[in-house]
Design a protein around this ligand. Sequence first.
Ligand SMILES: [Zn+2]
Length: 275
Amino acid sequence: MVGQRIALLGIGRHDIIGTPGNLRARRGTGSSTHADGALRRALLHGATVSSLVRHGKQMAIVADDGRVLVVHLGMSGRLVTADNRDREVPPHTHARWSIGSARELRFTDPRRFGALVPCAGDTELQSHWAGLGPDAMDISAEQLGHALASRRTPVKVALLDQQTVAGLGNIYVDETLHRAGIHPLMRSTRASTYAEAIWTSMRGILEAAIAAGGSTLRDYVDGSGNPGAYATLHRVYGRSGKQCHQCGTHIRSMVVGGRTTAFCPGCQGRVRPAL
Ligand SMILES: [Zn+2]
């Protein structure tokens, strides 16, 4: 997409468009023609893409004239490029752009937890992302330790909080804690003393997952529409009742901070910082 000119082909639903800093404040469906012109501009109509950036689980398309469009995939969102001769537009496609003369960009989201958030420029983008902690691929072990030390919640909850570290979701937190040998209910302050082990596990898992093309859980596909292969590498997530590959104990699940949490009582029952 970088270097290509994009043009908005259509918006299916206006309620997927959020405002910076507030994803809940969605625009209504009844937009006036005048607002449509401004909206098309905000959605990068006629822009030349200068870069694609990401912070945590959010990404942004940056235009060379300064316009920025943040893309949240939410639970089921997809941002996929397709050949524009492919007339089979998938259901729940809420926005479409042409890319150059031969390709198309499509944002689909059946459950609509995702959003497109236009920002006027980099300053607005940075303030939209101000609530996010350091990115999981940039944070140092020391920074992670400091962030965990200041949380009074279980370590599982602290790692899911995007203010602690941006980019970890439920799957990767469970996998990280298993590999680090840390029980999900350990107090975050105490877990901070094992920050080095947690950081090493997290980085190893994210690098392997990225190399495998992501975890296909229900709906995920990459930008070309292909499912990821990392799910087959999961050691605890989705394996409740099965034997731990590492120690043979049955994987258990419980709810922590409202999220289903899988862990191995054998590997994570005791405090064991070694990998
Ligand atoms: Zn185990």
